[in-house]
Design a protein around this ligand. Structure first.
Ligand code: AMP
Length: 207
């Protein structure tokens, strides 16, 4: 099963993907996680991407498409993938169709996790992430990760100004993908402004 998770930053894509990975055994590919690791390790890709990420802008399509072309050919993707944060532009979506067709593994569903932008601003300002395992939590969870005890931190791009820019970028560049996947008859839209367990029940029903 090959799944695209669509939705604004902070809609809950990472949280839902983590559950799908543990319960369905699918391979999770988050372009945001790959880019953050590249920035941390100061690779060529990381150096090119950092400026865009800090400003809440999209990293150029060529870089992201090359990254995904390489990642999706790895053996751990054969059983199926959950794509989280990719595609984010129509150019990326068309490139993805080409990659999956070449591999003979077409997309099964595009799940939109729909959340009101003002809810997102509040959510992201209190979002925290584990430096060690990448688990997602909130400010209220405290300084240590519930999953592994690692240090919880606030992403550089989770401040209100950058969040608002990321939401504008989402509206302009990524939200057209909703119509793109509706046109392909692959879109399922889910109300994401609920308890994560309720959202997950709908995600499972969509598969
Ligand atoms: P995320 O963790 O998905 O919110 O991504 C964090 C940042 O990484 C985004 O704000 C972008 O700067 C960059 N990024 C992640 N995925 C993509 C993508 N598919 N296309 C362009 N930029 C991306």
């Amino acid at each position: 099963m090959n799944i695209v998770l669509l939705g604004a930053p902070g809609a809950g894509k990472g949280t839902q993907a983590a559950r799908l990975v543990s319960e369905e055994g699918l391979c999770h590919i988050s372009t945001g996680d790959i880019l953050r690791a590249a920035v941390k390790n100061e690779t060529e890709l990381g150096k090119k991407a950092k400026e865009y990420m800090d400003a809440g802008e999209l990293v150029p399509d060529e870089l992201i498409i090359d990254l995904m072309r390489e990642r999706i050919q790895q053996p751990d993707t054969e059983k199926g993938v959950i794509l989280d944060g990719f595609p984010r532009t129509t150019t990326q979506a068309v490139a993805l169709d080409g990659m999956l067709n070449e591999l003979g593994r077409p997309l099964d569903v595009a799940i939109l996790i729909d959340v009101d932008p003002e809810v997102i601003v509040k959510r992201l300002s209190s979002r925290r992430m584990c430096r060690a395992c990448g688990a997602i939590g909130t400010e209220a969870d405290g300084a240590s990760c519930k999953a592994c005890g690692g240090e919880m931190y606030q992403r550089d791009d989770d401040n209100e100004k950058t969040v608002r820019n990321r939401l504008e970028v989402y509206e302009k560049s990524t939200s057209p993908l909703i119509d793109y996947y509706r046109g392909c008859e692959l879109l399922v839209s889910i109300d994401g402004d609920r308890d994560p367990d309720e959202v997950y029940a709908d995600v499972k029903a969509a598969l």
